[in-house]
Design a protein around this ligand. Structure first.
Ligand code: SF4
Ligand code: FES
Length: 244
């Protein structure tokens, strides 16, 4: 006899395993709570779903949907870890890599980067597509924070964290299509002209290496970092805090 999970109102199956869910849960929220990994980049448990990266696309009763936005329901048969879905994820990741400038071996975020770790998880061995090499700036104007726009994947976690947690609206997204880019909300467009602080939630939420604290570079050597030690798929409560 199995014991119902506390607070559970029902369960669905994920790759054949029973997953309990609570009222209002998305498939992603319930799966993550139960220790299952569904690849994702723009989702964070502390924020409403954004639904933009599509890494979390699963099949729900045979139909494609974003696990971070589809509500869990009793009896759903969800497939996530399939060759077809993982191949699609790998393609999405390769597109993200070539759209920006990601030079992992020299990046301070290497080993703590969710883009890099997800690419390893999906077996990505190269970019496949031609690199765009976009011309993007680095902003070192802030006394405590460095902004390297080359690595932005437009997940808007910093936008959400600054607006909803810090109450500052330091970041925004501008432009259209391939020209979509991250903006700093100051007259000069420089981070140093905002009231952003090192302790802000937005300063530690970036899943890649855009928003970095100054004077802490390589304090932990590459090879000894979070995703160097265990794959991103390994369930761990600290894995979802984004503050690596
Ligand atoms: Fe996401 Fe980081 Fe870009 Fe902000 S700076 S949108 S957190 S990738
Ligand atoms: Fe669901 Fe990005 S994690 S769309």
């Amino acid at each position: 006899m199995t014991t119902a999970a506390p607070g559970a109102v029902g369960s669905f199956s994920l790759d054949g395993q029973d997953v309990p869910y609570q009222a209002g849960d998305t498939i992603m929220a319930a799966a993550t709570r139960a220790g299952h990994y569904i690849p994702h980049l723009c989702w964070h448990p502390d924020f409403a779903p954004h639904g933009s990266c599509r890494l979390c696309t699963v099949k729900v009763d045979g139909r494609a949907g974003a696990a971070c936005t589809v509500r869990a329901a009793t009896g759903q048969a969800v497939q996530s870890d399939t060759a077809e879905l993982n191949a699609q994820r790998k393609t999405l990741l390769q597109m993200l890599f070539v759209e920006g400038n990601h030079f992992c071996p020299s990046c301070e975020k290497s080993g703590n980067c969710r883009l890099q770790a997800t690419a390893y998880q999906m077996g990505m061995e190269g970019p496949h597509f031609e690199e765009f090499y976009p011309n993007r700036p680095v902003d070192a104007s802030h006394p405590d924070l460095l902004l390297d726009f080359n690595r932005c994947i437009l997940c808007e976690l910093c936008v959400r964290a600054s607006a909803l947690v810090d109450g500052k609206n330091v970041f925004a997204i501008g432009g259209h299509g391939i020209g979509t880019h991250l903006l700093v909300n100051s007259d000069s467009g420089q981070l140093g002209d905002t009231n952003m602080a090192l302790a802000d939630r937005a300063a530690s939420i970036c899943p890649v290496g855009v928003i970095l604290p100054k004077r802490r570079g390589f304090a932990i050597p590459i090879g000894q970092r979070q995703f160097d030690l265990a794959p991103i798929s390994q369930p761990a409560p600290t894995r979802e805090d984004g503050a690596s």
